[in-house]
Design a protein around this ligand. Structure first.
Ligand SMILES: [Zn+2]
Length: 253
């Protein structure tokens, strides 16, 4: 059943959003009635989940099979010393409930594979790829193309981050496979190469910004554009992304 009005507590909680003409009560209701799948509750998923919970997204579906480790706490700010050893989805769900008990949290504490991945993607409004694994990224992209769901893709390693949105409701949108050769291997991970702590916060927070824009329906999404952040130089660059008409994943859609 969709929400059609807020009580006084909620109006106060979300007042700084409602003051924005781009959001107002209608946009805030759209957030309250929305669901977002966040795959990966690590460095990117942590801030994205926190901001989407604080912002009042009605339902967050959290998928991660890992447990919280001491080496995560340098950057995965949704987890705490007290939740070391817990599943990341459980640790994140606890933090979200402390922050905003209006948010419904669904926990997926195992590797997300087909057909469950497709079922979940079909059931939500926006998908956030917050993983660091090439094969998972490829699978998420495929499911989002299939179900025409917007996908906000973030990545960060060492001192470099990147962010883009693939909006498959728009026939001109490229997909992840147009951008990368999806026949490739595993790619580098932060566990091997290291990553600057707040860099993942920068990229994860922008993933939340993009999700809110898509749900509330304002602004220019990052569709067809990829932004690259170089923390060392303190520089942002933007590249245009074109759909590959021969793409193995999205060409026939
Ligand atoms: Zn493609």
């Amino acid at each position: 059943m969709s929400k059609t009005a807020f009580n006084d507590d909620e109006l106060l909680r979300y007042s700084r959003h409602i003051l924005l003409p781009q959001i107002d009560v209608d946009g805030q209701l759209a957030l309250a009635n929305a669901s977002v799948l966040i795959v990966g509750l690590g460095g990117l998923g942590a801030p994205a989940a926190q901001y989407l919970a604080a912002a009042g997204v009605g339902k967050l579906v959290l998928a991660d099979h890992d447990h919280v480790e001491l080496s995560n706490l340098q950057r995965q700010v949704i987890h705490h010393q007290q939740t070391i050893g817990l599943l990341k989805v459980e640790s994140a769900a606890r933090a979200i409930q402390l922050l905003n008990s209006h948010v419904e949290v669904q926990q997926i504490p195992h590797v997300l594979e087909e057909p469950e991945l497709s079922e979940l993607v079909a059931s939500v409004d926006v998908v956030l790829d917050c993983t660091d694994n090439f094969l998972t990224r490829k699978a998420i992209n495929q499911a989002c193309v299939q179900h025409k769901k917007p996908l906000v893709s973030g990545a960060a390693i060492r001192l470099e981050g990147q962010i883009t949105t693939f909006d498959f409701r728009n026939p001109e949108s490229p997909c992840y496979a147009c951008l990368y050769d999806v026949t490739g291997g595993e790619g580098e991970t932060c566990a091997q190469s290291g990553v600057l702590s707040p860099l993942v916060g920068v990229i994860g927070a922008i993933q939340a910004v993009e999700a809110i824009k898509l749900i509330a329906g304002f602004g220019e999404p990052l569709t067809g554009r990829i932004q690259l952040y170089d923390a060392f130089q303190g520089k942002w660059r933007e590249l245009k992304l074109k759909r590959d008409s021969h793409c193995a994943v999205c060409a026939s859609r």
